[in-house]
Design a binder for this molecule. Structure first.
Ligand code: GDP
Ligand code: MG
Length: 182
């Protein structure tokens, strides 16, 4: 079993805790209380990949130790404690809030300056895509804009909904695969 430390960063209310709950408990709580300081949870997944030199395909169990941080400004000074030894970071924004993408970009800059991206897998995550229905579309951040930014910065990128669960597992699977490869 491989074990990796993962940290969530991003503006408050973008849905960081909801993404973690969807991944760990496969549930969603509309009235979740906001995170104080940081919360710790863990979850394992299986990924299939080649098994060392034999090249055989087999399952590998990956355990994520997840640090869900509070987005509020007053807790910002605590963030380095959580990202310093992290193997992966989910930098989350809300596709219905333009400011939240700007905040996410500043987290990416901070991570690149303080940790260095050769040591850290960074995944940009646009949450709340369930609010992008055709009849009542609340989207303000276009997929293309975020995707181009992610590509330019060498980040993984997913749009998800913690509410419906869409895309959430995929984030952790692809981070797991990337960490496994390196
Ligand atoms: P955090 O501060 O980043 O941890 O955000 P929370 O997980 O506490 O969520 C903030 C608010 O957004 C809560 O009211 C959630 O119910 C709501 N929320 C979170 N994820 C989603 C989502 O995927 N879709 C919708 N529609 N609302 C969401
Ligand atoms: Mg939270």
């Amino acid at each position: 079993m491989l074990q990796f430390k993962l940290v969530l960063l991003g503006d408050s209310s973008v849905g960081k805790s909801s993404i973690v709950y969807r991944f760990v408990k496969d549930s969603f709580d509309e009235f979740r209380e906001s995170t104080i300081g940081a919360a710790f949870l863990s979850q394992t997944i299986k990924i299939s990949g080649s098994n060392g030199s034999s090249g055989e395909l087999g399952d590998t169990v990956i355990k994520f130790e997840i640090w869900d941080t509070a987005g509020q400004e007053r807790y910002k000074s605590l963030a380095p404690m959580y990202y310093r030894n992290a193997n992966a970071a989910l930098v989350v924004y809300d596709v219905t809030q333009q400011d939240s993408l700007i905040k996410a970009q500043s987290w990416v800059n901070e991570l690149k300056n303080k940790v260095g991206d050769e040591d850290l897998v960074i995944c940009l995550v646009g949450n709340k895509v369930d609010l992008c229905d055709d009849d009542e579309n609340k989207r303000v951040v276009e997929s293309r804009e975020a995707q181009d930014y992610a590509q330019e910065q060498g980040l993984l990128f997913y749009e998800v909904s913690a509410k419906t669960g869409f895309g959430v597992r995929k984030i952790f699977e692809s981070i797991g695969e990337k960490l496994y490869e390196t």
